[in-house]
Structures are given as C-alpha cells and as structure tokens.
Design a protein around this ligand. Structure first.
Ligand SMILES: Cc1ncc(C[n+]2csc(CCOP(=O)(O)OP(=O)(O)O)c2C)c(N)n1
Ligand SMILES: [Mg+2]
Length: 374
C-alpha cells in the first residue's frame, strides 16, 4: 500500500509521437503521409525492384553465413535477419561520398556500400583482423565495442564541416548501445557543433538477452531532443519509410541543419550471434507477431499488387540471390589460414616492447606444439 503520496495527477512527460512513421503497412498497402510521401515520390518501379532485390540477396547470403558457421567454416556470425529494410532503405539513401560507421550486424549496409562478399567473411572466419579498406567504400570496418563508432562518426562529421564539404557521416548502432556513455557523448558533441551526422539506431528489441524495456522506458527516439537533436521514429520494417526518414535527415545535415536521430523500430529474427540461444529468453509469441511484419514480404506484396513483380523479375531476383549465396560460400571457403605470427602485424606502427615479448612467447609456444614434446 503506497501511503503519503499526493493524489494529484502527475503531468505526463512531453514526448514525440510514439507511432512510427509508416508508408507501407505489413499487408503491403501504401498509406498516405503528408510529411513523408514527397521524399520517396521519385522512386520508379525499377528502383523498387532494385531495393527488393537487395533485401532478398542480403537475407540469402546472411542465411548462408549462418549455415557456414554451423558447418564450422565461420567462427561466428551475427545475423541481420529481419533488419533488411532498416539497412537497405537507409544505405540506399546515401551518396558515395558520405561515410558510414557501423557495428557488427550491418551486412546489408556493407552490401549497398559495395563491400565485396569475400571481404565480409574474413573477420568472421578469423583469417584477418579487418575485412576491407574503409576508403574504397567509405565505410569503416565493423566496431564491436558497443557505441564507439558514434564518436568516430561525430568526429568525422566535424572534420567534414571544417572542410566545407556537404557529405554526411552516419553511425549505425543498436538499442542497447543507447545506454552507453559513448553514444550520449557523441550526441552532445554533435548537437553542440551542429555536426552533419546521422544517428541511425536499429531498435531490434534486444541487446543479446536484454529486452529494450530495460534500456529505456520511453521510445528511444525520445532521448535525442533532450540533447537538442531532432528525431524520427520510423517503422524499421518498412523500407520506404526508412528511406524517406533518412533522406529528411541527409537533407538537414547537408544544408547546415546538423544532426538527426532516427530510431528504426524492427526485430532481430534470429539469435544475437550464432553463439547465442534465444530460446532461453525469448517469447516465441512475440517473434511470431514480428514475422507477420516481415520487411521483404510487405514490399513483395506491394510490388505484386502494383503489377511490378512479373515472372521475369522474380526469375532475375532468384538468380541474383542464388549467385550471391554461391559466391559467398566459395569466397569464405577459399580464404586460407594466415601464418600464425602475422597476428602481431599492424598492431602498432612502431616497435613495442610488450608486443615483442608476446611475440617471443607465442613463437616459443608454436615451436612447442609443432615439436610435440617439451
Ligand atoms: C562496450 C561493450 N560492452 C559490452 C559488449 C558486449 N556486447 C556485445 S553485443 C552487446 C549488445 C548490443 O545490443 P544492441 O546495441 O542492441 O545491438 P544489437 O546486437 O541488437 O544489434 C553487448 C552488450 C561490447 N561488445 N562492448
Ligand atoms: Mg539491439
């Protein structure tokens, strides 16, 4: 019994509209939005097919990667299953000269940026410390330290600003990351310096086994305005809405309006990584509810309804996904084990006594196991 508390009604906190922006319902019906329709009105049937194909291809090679891990060919894989619309819709809105900083699950973003499938596999197979040259695709390699990349993106954006360019930095991170100090510090800098950066949060409802409810009691998008950053809460399984939101944010950043925070509300339809067993903590009913909001299925329904998804298109998309899966598998299996001692290369630019000691110890260990005797 709570006694001694005032009976007066507490004022509710002022908040953004909780209802995410949506342009396509889960049934694939196009809804009207006075604010956002104009941001995607230029998309042609061919554009929509290309977006659809990207989503299908990414889902396919992502599933292939999970299979490769189960077969012992990859050490680990963090699936992006279910998050294709959030990733493809946002990445396809970018220009080549924008720069992207992601965490580890953004295979769809990497694909759209032009990262080669082979380069996506090497870190997860454990054959290299890093997958690709960030400057060929304007995308940094994945950051596993939760939230750290939001600082990198903000710093990069402040550099762009000083160069007088109109390119934009984008930080991708998860719902769990929003509880990290780094993300909050990044937002303070971004707001104070009006940096051309976009904070793109994929709220997939989970941070490993922690549900989003323990990260925040308000919608995540509601936090950013407290830092002075406008935010948009968007249906992350609606590729059109995501693209529209991203275009709004890009335009603001390019024209001196500073940062935007986008919360893409989606769902992680697989385990956190292949090392995780979500059946220990996840409510299967909830997963089923989200399966009905699948991002690929809803676009497919819309395209079908529009008469765009012809048999020829279906055949071409199927061929593209089969090809991607085949190439992904072949590229992964073809990666050779590196010489063990190369693990020490590129750690420091200059000699380092601590590293030299570790190198000597590891060399001794290798000769011990190779010799088979002590
Ligand atoms: C600084 C830091 N703390 C903890 C971890 C361990 N960790 C790895 S993934 C993860 C959950 C992240 O959840 P979220 O930000 O929602 O991203 P998601 O995995 O759902 O894409 C945690 C806590 C880490 N990698 N880095
Ligand atoms: Mg998450």
């Amino acid at each position: 019994m709570r006694t001694g508390l005032s009976e007066k009604t507490q004022p509710t906190a002022s908040a953004i509209d909780d209802e995410p922006v949506q342009l396509l319902t889960p049934e694939g019906v196009r809804t009207e939005s006075v604010e956002y329709d104009t941001w995607v009105e230029d998309l042609t049937g061919d554009d929509l097919i290309a977006i659809y194909q990207d989503m299908v291809v990414v889902r396919r090679f992502d599933n292939e990667a999970t299979a490769l891990q189960r077969q012992g060919q990859l050490g680990l894989w963090p699936p992006s299953l279910g998050q294709e619309a959030a990733q493809i819709g946002s990445a396809r809105a970018l220009r080549k000269d924008d720069f992207v900083f992601t965490s580890y699950r953004e295979h769809g973003v990497a694909y759209v940026r032009g990262v080669q499938l082979e380069d996506m596999t090497r870190v997860w197979r454990g054959t290299a410390n890093s997958g690709w040259d960030p400057f060929t695709v304007n995308m940094a390699t994945p950051a596993v330290i939760i939230g750290a990349q939001t600082l990198h993106a903000t710093g990069y954006a402040m550099g762009v600003q000083r160069d007088g360019a109109d390119s934009v930095a984008v930080a991708y991170f998860g719902d769990g990351a929003t509880s990290q100090g780094d993300v909050n510090e990044a937002m303070i800098f971004a707001a104070s310096f009006k940096a051309p950066v976009i904070f793109f949060c994929q709220n997939n409802q989970w941070a490993i086994s922690e549900p989003v409810g323990v990260q925040t009691v308000r919608p995540i998008a509601d936090r950013a305005p407290g830092f002075g950053i406008p935010s948009i809460r968007v249906d992350g399984n609606d590729v059109l809405a995501v693209m529209a939101a991203m275009r709004v944010a890009l335009e603001r950043a390019r024209t001196g309006g500073g940062a935007t925070f986008i919360e893409a509300v989606t769902y992680r339809m697989g385990p956190h990584t292949t090392s995780d067993d979500p059946s220990r903590y996840e409510d299967l009913g909830e997963r089923e509810e989200w399966a009905a909001k699948d991002p690929i299925q809803r676009l497919e329904r819309y395209l079908d309804d529009q008469g765009i998804l012809t048999d020829d298109v279906r055949t071409a998309v199927k061929a593209a996904e089969d090809d991607a899966a085949k190439r992904f598998r072949a590229a992964c299996i073809a990666l050779e084990d590196p010489e063990p001692m190369t693990i020490f290369d590129n750690v420091y630019a200059e000699p380092h006594s601590g590293l030299e000691r570790q190198k000597r110890e590891y060399a001794a260990y290798l000769s011990y196991i190779e010799g088979g005797t002590r």
